[in-house]
Design a protein around this ligand. Structure first.
Ligand code: ADP
Ligand code: MG
Length: 251
């Protein structure tokens, strides 16, 4: 059981960004992807989620053996994939409570009604764990939220949807240390043998709190290097340039 990215090629407006990227995340593991700004990390996340602006020109993405590339974004989500955005969208006029309720309802089988009392009970348990004020349920999704609030809202969505594989794109950007810890605690609480994580980050700091099983470095549209947690420390100390001078290795 794994999320398997195989020789993936993808372009935007005719420009190739992913140039044969391969990566395997077994269930139960947390993998981190690091890389310079502009190296294609968000592109990878968006291609996995099915963003319509990106064209997949080669390779495949398999979830537990099934290709997801032919699926619409909502089908990918219902199949168990979750993406936390680097820059979450504001959705004016749609409250968090209604947004999440619709998302949870969409996962039930046709004709099945969500039990509202049980839903709110579960929502409040998750909100308490993420230290999100109850008043948030009545606010529009991400509208006027601080950076930290937006990120916590993404993690709340993840907690409610309980995905098989979660891709978190720069969950740490714009967070102060307290908000970072809350988000990391939220992720760590969801770590399980039944779930795989791909954590995208530019900075090593997040990986002090979400300790990954494997660290990958992205360069030139591929995985340029893979290693253990200490690879992140080496990148923090030495930057990214030395990676591209070395042949691709799996440490
Ligand atoms: P990262 O997340 O690693 O910082 P991105 O995936 O956001 O990198 O960007 C990878 C490359 O794709 C960059 O060179 C960026 O300029 C380019 N790119 C991203 N979005 C677009 C777009 N909408 N149009 C043209 N180029 C884009
Ligand atoms: Mg990015």
């Amino acid at each position: 059981m794994s999320l398997s990215i195989q020789n993936l090629h993808a372009s935007i407006v005719g420009k190739e960004i992913l140039k044969g990227l391969s990566l395997e995340i077994p269930k139960g593991e947390v993998h981190a992807i690091m890389g310079k700004n502009g190296s294609g990390k968000s592109t990878l996340a968006k291609v996995m989620a099915g963003h319509p602006s990106y064209e997949v020109t080669g390779g495949d993405v398999l979830m537990d053996g099934q290709s997801i590339l032919g699926l619409e974004p909502d089908q990918r989500s219902r199949a168990g994939l979750f993406l936390a955005f680097q820059y979450p969208m504001e959705v004016p006029g749609v409250t968090i409570a209604n947004f999440l309720r619709a998302a949870v309802q969409a996962r039930l089988t046709e004709g099945e009604e969500l039990d509202a009392v049980a839903y709110y009970k579960r929502l409040y348990v998750k909100m308490d764990a993420l230290k999100i004020d109850r008043s948030f349920t009545a606010r529009s999704v991400n509208e006027g939220f601080s950076g930290g609030e937006k990120k916590r809202c993404e993690i709340l969505q993840m907690a409610m949807l309980e995905p098989s594989y979660a891709v978190l794109d720069e969950t740490d950007s714009g967070l102060d240390i307290d908000a970072l810890k809350i988000v990391a605690d939220g992720v760590n609480a969801l770590r399980s043998p039944d779930r795989g994580f791909l954590v995208i980050t530019h900075y090593q700091r997040l990986l002090d709190y979400i300790v990954p099983d494997v660290v990958h470095v992205m360069g030139d549209g591929r995985i340029a290097m893979s290693g253990k947690k200490d690879l992140a420390l080496k990148l923090e100390a030495n930057g990214y340039d030395w990676v591209e001078k070395e042949p691709a290795v799996a440490a």
